[in-house]
Design a protein around this ligand. Sequence first.
Ligand code: NAD
Ligand code: UDP
Length: 319
Amino acid sequence: MRVLLTGAAGFLGSHLSERLLVEGHEVVAMDNFVTGNPQNLAHLAGNQNFLFIRHDVSDFIFVPGKVDAVLHFASPASPNPLSPYGYTNLPIQTMKAGALGTHNALGVARAHRARFLLASTSEIYGDPLVHPQPETYWGHVDPIGVRSVYDEAKRFAEALTMAYHRYHKIDTRIVRIFNTYGPRMSLDDGRVVPNFIQQALRGEPLTIYGDGLQTRSFCFVDDLVEGIYRLLLSDEHDPVNIGNPTETTILDFAETINKIVGNKAGIVLKPDLRLGDDPQQRQPDIRRAREILGWEPKINLQTGIERTIRYFKEKMEQV
Ligand code: NAD
Ligand code: UDP
């Protein structure tokens, strides 16, 4: 396949680019570097099956040549207002990437009769009242809350994707991605994994926003990419959760990171830094992924975190 991948210079986009090339596909990678980094793709530059186009997906997208599949991943993804990459600092760009960007990416799929895959998110469930979250749950989202620029843009993107599927008969897929981590997350990303790993490596206390009793379920990037690739090859049009169901409190997670790194500085509670509408608990129900895709995560937290630490160590030595 010749695949248009938006958001290719980001964390997930760079891993997906690699996987698609390994599987023998051609990749047309698109990004405007708002939160991504050309370094994430530098090693692919000489590959004859790889083409990079610098472009903002909120503007009309033109791709020279044929397109067999469109994977729409372009969007800021970190909620942290302390990060320059946080979507609360890029509110209009985030809404445009989810709304106009999705419309343009679907337009490419329609023009080429290509299959389409949308990167959606567990955030569409909001601060969930059902736990763990199955795909049938409609969510609990504040439409005007601080996180709404991201959540509502993704909810709109899902609705638009289903409209193109139902009305224009586009062969669409929707993946609801739960917290994923790994190498190539930006040092400035502000999400909990890059923050904790860098703090631990510097021998500083890990900053816990709130009381740390909120939960997340962390998936290593290789597992996620496997699930997304299987979904792309499947015929499933309804949303599929992809994530690791092993749930942990942020407090326990901080202690795990400190233990793996050997950081003696402990933790510090920062109740003021907890963002409004921060989900209290999050765990994917992955029964559909198991049944439809035969997929489940294989990499445990210890292994995934050790691989991620190696990456951050190297990057921190370079700056
Ligand atoms: P990231 O910030 O590393 O990557 C996003 C990429 O999209 C960046 O390279 C950025 O420059 C690009 N981008 C943003 N707006 C753009 C625009 N208008 N035009 C062109 N490029 C644009 O984040 P990530 O974690 O790799 O997330 C990738 C996708 O996966 C996002 O759509 C995000 O919502 C989704 N997602 C990620 C997670 C996760 O845990 N990593 C969870 C749920 C959903
Ligand atoms: N968090 C934290 N310390 C940090 C960064 C994040 O305690 O330095 C918390 C944050 O409040 C949230 C959880 O960790 O409860 C996960 O945050 P992240 O930014 O990774 O993404 P989210 O899952 O909220 O989208």
